[in-house]
Design a protein around this ligand. Structure first.
Ligand SMILES: Cc1cc2nc3c(=O)[nH]c(=O)nc-3n(C[C@H](O)[C@H](O)[C@H](O)COP(=O)(O)OP(=O)(O)OC[C@H]3O[C@@H](n4cnc5c(N)ncnc54)[C@H](O)[C@@H]3O)c2cc1C
Length: 486
């Protein structure tokens, strides 16, 4: 019987283990933390897919080809077409499967996802959130855990928690034939026919992030600390090559956690979910200068502009009436959250004058005053001569003045292990490493998304590729043809 070792019991690893068991393999699922779920504990896990049951029920016309084309456009054509093809073709099947095992989706799924560049069709599927908890991906964990448990009860899956894979074992020809683990009982070797690396990205490893991307030495992260890139190193040690390692797309709006340097306290999403036009605030950089029209509709343009600013800082500046007049949605981020600050009362920085505010922010006071006076002139004349902002409800002129300082926040990494259409890890010359597969963010989002952020194209492919890698791994040892991108 084929023995498959799945490394990491997260978004990709759980479906990989379940699928491998269902294809007749025995599975060892190795997870270094004390629980399954991985990034699903924090992620929104919005998934995009064309042709799902939910999409058909709403009568939306769509196709994997259209999904592919949308993603290719958003990714500036840098997506790996083979992997993007696979991701878009298997997406519907995966989402339908998740729905079928009991993952609760919102009634309005699928819809357009304004958090990222819009697709041409509503195809982003949202999981129902659990009130009071971050993200909604965690609502996918109980059904997956139930499915896992069922296979554990029949003996087809063995789950080893608190166990890290520290090395991949190879035979004389370089094929991967097992793993070395370190767990509660010490070190051991587990032999298997195939190993699926589903260890996630490196977004939780701030030191590595800043080392690999020195330009972004102030980014903070929302990724779990266990997303530390260890799987990437394991693959490299056996000759696996990488792709997109020079790419990182932090998103604007991360408030640093003062208690845990490098971590994001929360993502205020000022530019994403808060209509700045209503609030009237301006965004300045650490030099005290505006750098974008605050009502910019394109998330991609907001990301690119923020990425060019010193320290990836985006500072929202507003006055007292703006703070008072915020809409309920915005108020959620100010009165209840920002002022309460989830334990950080200093999220809103306030001062009686613009100069005093600038000093608190470490910005040259004369520059901030000049920026605000220039903007107020635009409001008076009704024309933003610098950036073309259209909605300018009022001047920024009534003390006290306020600011929220945010930094680029990482929700996942773009670079990772290079794989072929069968999800086999490949060497630099393109040859596959026998017995070694990879799925999920260990591939990096860039191979699928290209040079952009496509809604639901990280969690979705993680679920899908876990399943596909499992099918391919089992088929390879049963002599059946592997499932590849068409
Ligand atoms: C806040 C947030 C919001 C997001 N929202 C979305 C969204 O809405 N839509 C979307 O598409 N994507 C989203 N993402 C990204 C997406 O959730 C992730 O890309 C995806 O969940 C990663 O899945 P994975 O299986 O690759 O990794 P994970 O789910 O992180 O699983 C990896 C597992 O491997 C384990 N592991 C690591 N190394 C080892 C080792 N050496 N030995 C044993 N175990 C190991 C880890 O402990 C972990 O359990 C979001 C991410 C974040 C952080």
């Amino acid at each position: 019987m084929t023995h498959v070792i799945v490394v990491g019991a997260g978004t990709a690893g759980l479906p990989a283990a379940i699928e491998a068991a269902d294809r007749g393999a025995t599975v060892t699922l190795v997870e270094k933390t004390d629980r399954v779920g991985g990034t699903l504990w924090l992620s929104s896990a919005i998934m995009s897919g064309a042709g799902t049951r939910m999409q058909k029920a709403k009568g939306y016309e769509d196709s994997p080809q259209q999904h592919f084309e949308d993603c290719f456009a958003i990714g500036r054509g840098r997506n790996d077409p083979v992997l993007l093809r696979l991701a878009t073709e298997v997406a519907a099947e995966t989402i339908d499967w998740l729905e079928q095992i009991g993952v609760p989706f919102t009634a309005d799924s699928p819809r357009l996802a304004p958090e990222h560049e819009l697709y041409t069709r509503p195809r982003s599927h949202y999981i129902q959130p659990i009130p009071g908890t971050p993200g909604s991906g965690r609502n996918a964990i109980p059904p997956l855990e139930r499915e896992l448990k069922r296979r554990m009860d029949t003996g087809s899956i063995e789950l080893r928690l608190r166990t890290s894979v520290t090395k991949l074992l190879q035979d004389g020809r370089g094929n991967v034939v097992g793993v070395r683990v370190a767990g509660p009982d010490g070190e051991a070797e587990i032999r298997g026919d195939a190993v699926i690396l589903a260890t996630g990205g490196y977004g939780g490893n701030v030191e590595l992030l800043r080392r690999l991307h020195p330009k972004f030495d102030h980014v903070i992260t929302l990724c779990p600390h266990e997303a530390d890139g260890s799987g990437l190193l394991l693959a490299q040690e056996v000759g696996g090559t990488t792709a997109f390692m020079d790419s990182l797309i932090p998103l604007p709006g991360g408030v640093p956690n003062p208690e845990s340097p490098g971590d994001c306290l929360y993502w205020v999403m000022l530019p994403n979910q808060r209509p700045p036009a209503e609030a009237g605030d301006i965004y300045v950089n650490k030099l005290g200068k505006r750098y974008i029209r605050e009502d910019e509709k394109h998330p991609d343009a907001r990301e690119r502009a923020m990425m060019q600013q010193p320290e990836t800082a985006m500072i929202a500046v507003f006055d007292e009436p703006m703070r008072q007049g915020l809409t309920p949605r915005i108020a959620e981020y100010t009165k209840r959250e920002l002022e309460g600050g989830r334990g950080n009362p200093n999220v809103i920085v306030s001062a009686p004058t613009i100069e005093a505010l600038a000093q608190k922010l470490g910005i040259d006071p004369a520059t901030l005053r000049a920026t605000i006076e220039r903007y107020n002139g635009f409001v008076e004349r009704g024309v933003d001569e610098d950036f073309g902002r259209e909605a300018m409800p009022k001047k920024l002129d009534t003390p006290p003045f306020h600011a929220v300082v945010t930094y680029g926040v990482v929700l996942g990494t773009m670079g990772g292990v290079k794989v072929n259409g069968q999800l086999q890890v490949v060497r630099e010359d393109g040859s596959p490493i026998g017995g070694l597969y990879a799925a999920g963010e260990i591939l990096g989002k860039g191979q699928i998304m290209g040079d952009g952020v496509c809604s639901g194209l990280a969690a979705g492919p993680a679920f899908s590729f876990g399943r596909v890698a499992a099918r391919n791994a089992v088929a390879a040892f049963a002599g059946a043809p592997a499932e590849a991108a068409r």
